[in-house]
Write a protein that binds this ligand. Structure first.
Ligand code: PLP
Length: 357
């Protein structure tokens, strides 16, 4: 199998060791001579998977027992609804920062549940930057932010200081860099960008923020019910959670978040340096807010698109077509993407400039 360099924005690249072990588990899981897909989620072997998958999140974030970890279905999009449903009080309001498509969707759901204020937004410049210097209200029930904007390629380099519970959608940069997890009351992430396959969403919650809405809760949307059930109130997404566990183990065994952070920085520096140097490309995001995960860039001569696409394809570079809202190209550099793949993309960009500039 000759190698394809996978820059997909999501579902994104996973380590090959993880894929091989996941495949094996579909035939013979835990030496049971049974597939992981055909055994009870209440079995001893699966219980151990869920326990470790929950525990590793807390270990990698460096938080203690005041937090609980859940793996839920419905994607990060379900959390757009579950967050306000569980945290927004009847007379209170929720505060949101709007930094792109995903935040906009989160705000839409919150407005259906209750009072919602957008306290800062970068919509005025097509979400090409991260708003800064805004005041976080002290009387809101929580503040919701999106740490990395997958579509527009922007990322908070510093998080807002907040006296109210800080809620963060970390779907596309969880465990890509060290963060002060204690500063967050709730972190959620669809697994399929950086920690696993589609089908399960990780939610880490500080327990003391729950149970305050006075709302009569639907069971499946109630974090407290899922916590009480050990994230197995109903049948959990068994296979996605297992693949996520393997990915988290991979990260830990190689040296954890501080190890991958250095490599991610090298990858991003390499690519952005080329985007800035190369006369045929322009970056779309404000430089100080550029995402280390998703780099968005346009051709300075759009008429050369077919030529660049051809060179990239010949080099077996896959998944760099930009999102339709931004156009051009988007190179996603998630944890499992090796530095050599970015080097290859940069080499192709250089060769393209040498030929067409
Ligand atoms: C992909 C993505 C989502 C949506 O995730 P689903 O699992 O498809 O619901 C939400 N937020 C961010 C930041 C994303 O990158």
């Amino acid at each position: 199998m000759s190698k394809v360099h996978n820059f997909s924005a999501g579902p994104g690249i996973l380590p090959i060791e993880v894929l091989k072990q996941s495949a094996e588990s579909c035939i013979n899981f835990d030496n049971l001579n049974l597939s992981l897909l055909e055994i009870s989620h209440r079995s001893k072997s699966y219980d151990a998977v869920m326990d470790e998958a929950r525990f590793l999140i807390k270990e990698l974030f460096g938080v203690g027992d005041e937090y609980e970890v859940l793996y839920l279905g419905g994607g990060a999009s379900m959390q757009f609804a579950m967050v306000p449903y569980n945290l927004l009080t009847e007379n209170g309001y929720a505060a949101y920062v709007n930094t792109g498509v995903w935040s906009t969707k989160a705000i839409k759901e919150s407005k259906i549940i209750g009072n919602t204020k957008v306290i800062a937004s970068s919509e005025d410049k097509k979400f090409s930057y991260i708003p800064k210097g805004f005041e976080v209200p002290k009387d809101a029930d929580y503040l919701h932010i999106t740490s990395n904007n997958t579509i527009y390629g922007t990322q908070y380099k510093e998080f807002p200081k907040s006296d109210i519970p800080l809620v963060c959608d970390m779907s596309s940069d969880i465990f890509s860099r060290t963060v002060n997890a204690q500063d967050f009351a709730l972190i959620y992430a669809g697994a399929q960008k950086n920690i696993g396959p589609a089908g399960s969403t990780m939610v880490m919650i500080k327990k003391d923020i729950l149970g305050k809405t006075g709302r009569k809760m639907l069971s499946m949307l109630d974090y407290q019910i899922h916590i009480k059930g050990g994230s197995m109130y109903n049948t959990p997404p068994v296979f996605p959670v297992y693949v996520t566990l393997l990915t988290l183990r991979w990260l830990k065994q190689h040296g954890g978040v501080s190890w991958i952070e250095k490599i991610n920085q090298q990858k991003a520096d390499l690519l952005y340096n080329e985007i800035d140097k190369n006369s045929l490309f322009v970056g779309t995001a404000a430089k100080e807010d550029r995402s280390n995960m998703n780099a968005c860039f346009l051709l300075s001569k759009p008429e050369l698109e077919a030529e660049f696409d051809k060179l990239a394809k010949e080099a077996r570079i896959d998944g760099i077509k930009g999102h339709r809202d931004v156009g051009g190209y988007r190179a996603s550099m998630y944890n499992a993407l090796p530095l050599e793949s970015v080097q290859l993309l940069v080499d192709v960009m250089k060769a393209f400039e040498a030929k067409y500039a």
